[in-house]
Ligand binder design. Sequence first.
Ligand SMILES: [Zn+2]
Length: 118
Amino acid sequence: MLWGLLMQRCPRCRKGPIFEKLFSRRGMATLNFCPVCRLKFEREEGYFLGAMYASYGFGLLTTAYWLPLLLLDVSPLWVIGLPTLQLVLQIPISFRYSRTAWLYLDRGFDPDVVEDVS
Ligand SMILES: [Zn+2]
């Protein structure tokens, strides 16, 4: 399961991609359904709002170094600026992994509710 999550694969078959290719014109777009097993990814309007929680947690974890910087009495410009710059730069990664984590979490808790598109 962890490998599927890291590779951003479908939570059911773990073969089909969840997103368009990263460096394509629609690189940030989520596919509507899995091209392999036809699992519908966005099962209702606003479904991926829950991914914001994963994105928030991801941002907190990856910028947790601000507290040691603060305790080391580093300039406030670095304490605020460095994590802010990092958060802006990691938007594509955070976006994709938060949606993937949300899909896996939701599918883990409620596997039967997700409908097939056939
Ligand atoms: Zn699939």
